[in-house]
Design a protein around this ligand. Structure first.
Ligand SMILES: [Zn+2]
Length: 218
């Protein structure tokens, strides 16, 4: 997904495309030189470079997973970035500290920028947590369902919440509020992108689209 998707409005339609057309694909009116009601905007991709995001939960979407309406995060690989963009992730062989490989993923910020105390401790927390016996293959075996990359992230997030005197999150809460809404956005964006690769344009009625946007952001 290298190109950026542009959205413009004309004749009560939202038009999605990779480059501005000469004529409106809906009504055929020439667009060159006319003033559009709103300037075309380019839609940000929901995928970001995990190595440039600090203190985030990262979810790397498996490609064949995007088309399924996934009900959980079990098929995805998840990790946590430190303040330098190193991604800590738990695998069969223990915790990996990746400097590459997470260039296209969904990132969920875990720390507000004004939480200086937490930011200052983050790398140390993450390092210490990763060195714990829970994640040492000699002590604890990796399990696809119960002791996996997601368990690592969730337990880390919960240990930070506990240290900050806040209550911890259940696996379901975490998945429902942090992961699924973003994965749905990735899935929608990917579907739109693939449609544009085949058909050049995607048109929707303006109002309908507004409602859909609201549903996504809520
Ligand atoms: Zn038009």
């Amino acid at each position: 997904m290298e190109r950026s998707v542009i959205r413009l409005s004309h004749c009560q339609k939202e038009i999605f495309c990779f480059s501005l057309p000469d004529e409106c694909p809906s009504c055929g009116e020439e667009l060159k030189g006319i003033r559009l009601q709103e300037a075309p905007v380019s839609l940000p991709s929901p995928l970001t470079n995990g190595h440039k995001s600090s203190c985030c939960l990262l979810v790397a979407p498996a490609h064949d997973n995007l088309h399924r309406d996934s009900d959980g995060a079990s098929d995805l690989h998840t990790g946590i970035s430190n303040t330098k963009g190193v991604v800590f992730n738990y695998t069969r062989g223990g915790v990996r500290r990746d400097q590459t490989g997470w260039e296209r993923c969904v990132s969920v910020p875990l720390v507000r920028p004004d939480m200086f105390h937490l930011l200052a401790q983050w790398d140390q927390y993450l390092d210490r947590f990763s060195n714990g016996p829970m994640w040492d293959p000699a002590w604890h075996r990796f399990d696809e369902d119960d002791h996996n990359c997601f368990s690592f992230c969730l337990q880390f997030v919960n240990s930070v919440l506990t240290a900050e005197g806040r209550s911890s999150l259940s696996r379901d809460d975490f998945t429902r509020s942090f992961i699924l809404p973003r994965m749905r956005r990735v899935s929608k964006y990917t579907t739109l992108y693939q449609h544009l690769q085949r058909h050049q344009y995607y048109l929707v009625d303006r109002q309908e689209d507004r409602q859909e946007d609201a549903a996504v952001s809520s």
